[in-house]
Design a protein. Structure first.
Length: 160
């Protein structure tokens, strides 16, 4: 009925884990998860750092490919072609609404991405304006500080 349970050698598993930790060069104080750099980028194969260029490129690519065509040409001739055409005709009533629904979803996602792209561009523009204002105010503070120091010296020399 049921198979007997396999014996699990915990010591062997722990030994393998310790060897792997030693190979990666982790020490006792670096074993905290916050101190170990994750391999998420390498595993996913996707760059996760923000790039406005890559965002724009991805949005434009998605916008150009959001519509899925249901009907694709099947070359004539042969049994395989006949079977493919027959299956397409049989499933047409079910596939066309699904493809239309997917196209609507894809379109909405492209709209969302365009909105996010616009928000990011607007936010970046506002940040640039704030940076310019901060720079101007820093210059003004520097000028006013120098002026106050000069006035304090004048007042100090008149009193003495």
């Amino acid at each position: 009925m049921s198979e007997p349970m396999k014996k699990i050698n915990v010591e062997e598993i722990m030994k393998e884990i310790r060897e792997e930790i030693a190979q990666k060069g982790y020490t006792e104080d670096s074993v905290d998860y916050a101190n170990i750099a994750g391999d998420a980028k390498a595993i996913l194969g996707v760059k996760t750092d923000f790039s406005a260029y890559e965002l724009g490129h991805a949005v434009n690519g998605a916008a150009g490919q959001h519509k899925i065509e249901y009907y694709r040409m099947i070359p004539k001739g042969g049994l395989k072609s006949f079977i493919e055409r027959s299956i397409r005709k049989i499933l047409r009533f079910m596939l066309i609404p699904m493809v239309d629904q997917q196209n609507q979803f894809n379109y909405q996602m492209v709209v969302c991405m365009r909105q996010m792209e616009g928000f990011i561009e607007e936010h970046n523009h506002q940040m640039e304006q704030k940076d310019r204002q901060i720079d101007a105010l820093e210059e003004k503070i520097f000028y006013l500080t120098k002026r106050c120091e000069a006035l304090e010296k004048q007042c100090g020399s008149k009193e003495a």
